[in-house]
Design a protein around this ligand. Structure first.
Ligand SMILES: C[S@@+](CC[C@H](N)C(=O)[O-])C[C@H]1O[C@@H](n2cnc3c(N)ncnc32)[C@H](O)[C@@H]1O
Length: 250
């Protein structure tokens, strides 16, 4: 190593120190202006750290409906329909309405049918270990119970034509006829919000063989039990990705 190479890290370090110094100059002036550690700390935490944290979250935050628009625009650019978007676990229709609206906003109502699936009975009780919360059972029987008629009336009132609501348990509503129809009306986005591993498995067993390449799958509850691969939707993802399940991707 020659002298020049040896000097290099020190030069970089000095440059960094100078940049840091310039960056913290306003802070040092503020520190000098404010009397006492208590006031300085208060001002730092509330007037600097808090807005900085907020800005950081605002810029890097994740808004789940962003991807609905991204997927729709991406497919519109590259392919021609008919397409479908499937939501498993529709409940009162919060996400369903947002997804439907996205098709309207992007003028894709004639190209994309949005399907919602739910028993409308809310969460059921399951003994399956893969559905149990680590510390408590997160889901109470009947939570998220909703009205099929209310959701249908909402869609009618908004004059949507491109929706289907499938009332019933997934094992009953995902009929062979529907699976066949989805091969014509290819799914471009599958929205999994049914919380349980057991429910998601039912969906994937029927759907995975026909999902086209490029179809996006969104899992709403991946963080259940800190994202453990032994429970919840994360378990299903792990099984599919590692080839541990009998399900196959086409
Ligand atoms: C968290 S909620 C869905 C919330 C909804 N996506 C929203 O945006 O408001 C979960 C729903 O999944 C439904 N669900 C869970 N397992 C099911 C199954 N095997 N068949 C039908 N519905 C199921 C429940 O009825 C419940 O309404």
């Amino acid at each position: 190593m020659n002298d020049q190479q040896q000097d290099k890290p020190n030069v970089v370090l000095e440059q960094k120190k100078a940049a840091d110094k310039a960056f913290t100059l306003p802070l040092r002036i503020l520190r000098w202006l404010l009397p006492g550690d208590r006031i300085r700390t208060f001002v730092y935490l509330n007037l600097l750290a808090k807005p900085r944290k907020f800005l950081h979250r605002a810029l890097n935050g994740f808004y789940r409906f962003d991807q609905v628009y991204e997927v729709l625009k991406g497919f519109r650019r590259e392919f021609r329909g008919p397409f479908s978007i499937l939501e498993f676990g529709t409940a009162q229709g919060y996400a369903f309405a947002k997804i439907l609206y996205a098709t309207r906003y992007l003028k894709m109502e004639d190209d994309v049918v949005v399907h919602g699936f739910d028993s409308f009975e809310g969460m059921s009780i399951t003994d399956d270990e893969a559905d149990q919360g680590l510390f408590s059972n997160d889901w109470i029987e009947g939570s998220y119970a909703a009205s099929y008629d209310t959701l249908r009336d909402y869609c009618e009132k908004k004059k949507y034509r491109n929706y289907r609501i499938h009332k019933g348990f997934f094992e009953d509503s995902m009929t062979p006829e529907l699976i066949e129809q989805l091969q014509e009306e290819q799914p471009i986005l599958v929205w999994i919000d049914c919380d349980y591993y057991t429910s998601s498995v039912t969906v994937f067993e029927r759907l995975l063989p026909i999902l086209p390449t490029g179809c996006a799958v969104y899992f709403d509850d991946l963080e259940f039990n800190f994202g453990s691969r032994f429970t919840g939707e994360a378990r299903l993802v792990h099984e599919v990705n590692s080839g541990k399940s009998a399900m196959t991707w086409n």
